[in-house]
Design a protein around this ligand. Structure first.
Ligand code: GP9
Ligand code: MN
Length: 621
């Protein structure tokens, strides 16, 4: 067949299947618009813009080709059905992206028992105009009704051509992305970059492949990674600072997870009023770490708990609390248990939420005080559950009765999206940025700060303060990139990629009564909290794989790996394949960051290997 003939055949295929191509065209346009204007994916140059235009087409062709599997009679309505299904997937991602600046992965779909509690939160992410997202479905339904004509049969050869075209398009797409981002699919954990390059539907297909690989790895995992991880950990972590060893030996330990608390709220005011007056004071009498970053992924609060308990990275996809709760872990509560501590965790939510009941056992907690142990009355609750002030004050009686020394972990909740608060709990004047969410956030942060103040007062009154140490950490960001404009108004600057990473800093405060305050400005992450606490308590922990180092150590590795592959060193901040000067925020040549990229990759891979291969069980033998 010569070129001209082939062209004629192609055109006739299009003519014969007009509605199919209308459906594909509309869907293509829609996915492009959503990806370009509503998802948080970076586009900085013409090539990236072009990629966004091209990438929805190949998957649209494949998706709608499924209509050919159906009998002629139903084929047109199948086009509308496919369009509806595709739109639902797109919309689910849009909602997810609005809150998490991230995309759905297969493991997150199995975390649905968390969804019930999300009720109000999801509601605030839905906007009336979202209905427009289903516009093409309505057009197709209308057309199907009007279109009395049955579609023509499709010859096999036409279908083969269709798939060949889709494949060629995808290959072209991938080729272009390789120019822009080499090794995008093999190296990157950054889902927004993957979506930006290959489009959201191809991304889901890629995610499916990753999922299959993980399942296969779990089945075949062997002990062979054990020595490699051990060697890596030995070579890349620092020995603890001996000056601090045993400084808090035998003391009770209070660890408080500060829901959605980012460092930027500390020492800042709204209309002259401090957002965190209590924490600002506490810092002055504590070790304060202003350059500590959260390292959580899709498991949010639970990922932070995982980091603190294990000094391992959480997983790149899904929440490790759900995917690997039955592994052998060498959790901080368990280690302290062997050293004579009693451990308890306080969180007035259902014990199954985030699969905590299972995971807490694996981490070695002796007792989980969950919603069953608290009096949760309507007037005590807001948003996601029991208000922080109630949570703390109801815990006191339990804390008093804990065998000493104890390790007690508290998870605050009121400062959780959508940052709902009762009128009487608003303790700061309203901010007036263009984001209602951000304005509300300041008020709930202020409320949690008050709850902490009251908790410390109660502990002092009960004589539980003096002989204890307190570790407070922010679990993850509360304000996503979706609110960057408003955040920019508040901080009085334009939020750059560099700022986005710097905004991932979370408060870390270690308060030891009797010790004077000190700012420790080492760069670090939540992964460093476990070795730091162990050293302060003077507890040795030989048989473990901790990827973090004591935050007081002199020869720290000065490299903080974030879960999406971004990282921070003493000198640089690296994200989305861009390198910045850590102190000035100026962009630097990429080569400056290059030497660390592999190491971060390796660290994340090895930590994942520990979890997928359940490697810690080999210490048991
Ligand atoms: C709920 C609390 C909040 O129990 O941990 O969860 P998050 O959404 O922040 O992970
Ligand atoms: Mn949280």
């Amino acid at each position: 067949m010569n070129v001209r003939e082939e062209h004629i055949v192609d055109c006739s295929f299009i003519k014969k299947h007009q509605l199919f191509f209308v459906a594909v065209g509309l869907f293509w346009l829609k996915v492009y618009l959503v990806q370009r204007f509503f998802f948080h994916v970076p586009t900085e140059n013409v090539l990236q813009e072009m990629l966004l235009v091209i990438n929805p087409l190949s998957s649209a062709l494949v998706l709608f080709s499924f209509s050919f599997l159906f009998p002629l009679k139903r084929r047109n309505s199948m086009l509308a059905a496919i369009s509806a299904a595709g739109s639902i997937i797109l919309y689910a991602n849009l909602i997810y992206n609005r809150f998490f600046s991230d995309f759905i992965t297969i493991p997150t779909l199995f975390q649905t028992n968390n969804m019930g509690d999300l009720g109000e939160s999801i509601f605030t992410l839905i906007q009336p105009a979202d209905i427009l997202l289903f516009f093409d479905v309505f057009v197709l339904l209308f057309a199907v009704k009007r279109w009395n004509k049955l579609p023509s049969t499709a010859a096999k050869i036409d279908l083969i051509r269709l798939y060949a075209a889709a494949l060629a398009l995808f290959a072209f797409n991938l080729g272009l992305s390789e120019i822009e981002h080499p090794q995008l699919l093999t190296r990157s954990f950054d889902r927004s970059m993957v979506v930006q390059n290959i489009g959201v539907f191809n991304y889901h297909f890629y995610d499916l492949i990753l999922q299959t690989r993980v399942s296969a790895n779990q089945t075949f995992a062997q002990s062979d990674g054990f020595q490699e991880v051990k060697a890596y950990v030995q070579a890349h972590t620092a020995s603890p600072n001996p000056v601090y060893t045993g400084m808090a030996e035998g003391k009770n330990v209070f660890v408080i997870s500060l829901e959605s608390m980012q460092s930027f709220v500390l020492n800042r005011t709204i209309n002259g009023e401090e957002i965190t007056p209590f924490l600002n004071e506490l810092i002055k009498e504590s070790y304060y770490f202003p350059n500590v970053y959260h390292q959580t992924g899709q498991g949010k609060t639970s990922d932070a708990e995982f980091l603190v308990a294990n000094s391992l990275h959480p997983l790149p996809r899904g929440a490790v609390f759900f995917t690997n709760p039955d592994n052998v872990y060498n959790g901080l509560p368990g280690i302290l248990g062997k050293a004579g501590y009693y451990s308890a965790v306080f969180h007035p939510n259902n014990e199954t939420f985030w699969n905590r009941n299972q995971m807490y056992q694996s981490l070695g907690y002796d007792r989980f005080f969950s919603s069953d142990d608290f009096e949760i009355r309507e007037e005590y609750s807001v948003g996601w559950g029991l208000k922080d002030i109630e949570m703390f004050s109801q815990s006191i009686d339990y804390v008093k009765r804990l065998p000493k020394p104890f390790y007690a972990k508290f998870i605050t909740l009121t400062n959780h999206f959508p940052y709902a608060l009762d009128e009487e709990d608003v303790l700061i004047s309203e901010a007036n940025t263009s984001s209602e969410t951000l304005n509300r956030y300041f008020a709930t942060v202020r409320y949690t700060d008050e709850a902490l103040k009251l908790f410390f007062e109660q502990l002092k009154a009960e004589n539980l303060y003096e002989n204890s140490i307190f570790v407070l950490y922010g679990d993850h960001y509360g304000i996503s990139e979706y609110h960057n404009d408003a955040l920019g108004e508040f901080l009085d600057k334009e939020i750059t990629l560099y700022d986005s990473i710097q905004l991932q800093r979370v408060p870390l405060i270690i308060h030891i009564p009797g010790q004077s305050g000190k700012i420790i400005d080492a760069v670090g992450g939540q992964i460093d909290i476990k070795p730091t606490i162990l050293n302060l308590l003077g507890i040795e922990n030989e048989k473990d794989m901790m990827f973090g180092s004591d935050l007081f150590a002199a020869d720290r590795p000065h490299l903080v790996a974030l879960r999406d592959g971004s990282f921070i060193t003493n000198d640089y901040v690296y994200t989305k394949q861009k390198c910045f000067n850590r102190l000035s925020g100026e962009e630097e040549e990429a080569e400056k960051c290059e030497p660390y990229i592999e190491q971060v990759q390796r660290q994340l891979d090895l930590s994942d290997r520990v979890i997928y291969g359940d490697l810690l069980k080999y210490y048991k033998n």
